[in-house]
Design a protein around this ligand. Sequence first.
Ligand SMILES: N=c1c2ncn([C@@H]3O[C@H](COP(=O)(O)OP(=O)(O)OP(=O)(O)O)[C@@H](O)[C@H]3O)c2ncn1[C@@H]1O[C@H](COP(=O)(O)O)[C@@H](O)[C@H]1O
Length: 114
Amino acid sequence: MSSSDTLDQLAEVLASRRHGDPDSSYVAGLHQRGLNRILEKVGEESTETLLAARDAEHGGEAERRALISETADLWFHSLVMLSHLDLDHRAVLEELARRSGVSGLDEKAARNTT
Ligand SMILES: N=c1c2ncn([C@@H]3O[C@H](COP(=O)(O)OP(=O)(O)OP(=O)(O)O)[C@@H](O)[C@H]3O)c2ncn1[C@@H]1O[C@H](COP(=O)(O)O)[C@@H](O)[C@H]1O
């Protein structure tokens, strides 16, 4: 399965949980608690990811695996955030595709001249 299939499948599951039972679904519970709770989780996972990245820089395999796990938590909660706001994760993939081949330095220079 390709990486984008994995994201597509996860997004489908998340959509199906949007109005699900919070007693049996973590995702439904997040939606029920609302955007602020989801944003808190995105913030927490961001912090945990950056701390894990610092440990991974000079760490071993365990620290590198921990960073992968924290990044997965961050991506997952970001997908729940998009879903809560009825935004399609494929729009993010399309935005990255649109940027493909455009140097960040060139893009920034073009921004500063307009
Ligand atoms: N990918 C994930 C996923 N990644 C992380 N998590 C959950 O996100 C939470 C991470 O929060 P923390 O590490 O802060 O742990 P915590 O302290 O227990 O969490 P809180 O009580 O603070 O919310 C944990 O409960 C994890 O189980 C996920 N929960 C669900 N999914 C996917 O979403 C699908 C639907 O899940 P349900 O809605 O639970 O059926 C699943 O089949 C999975 O594919």
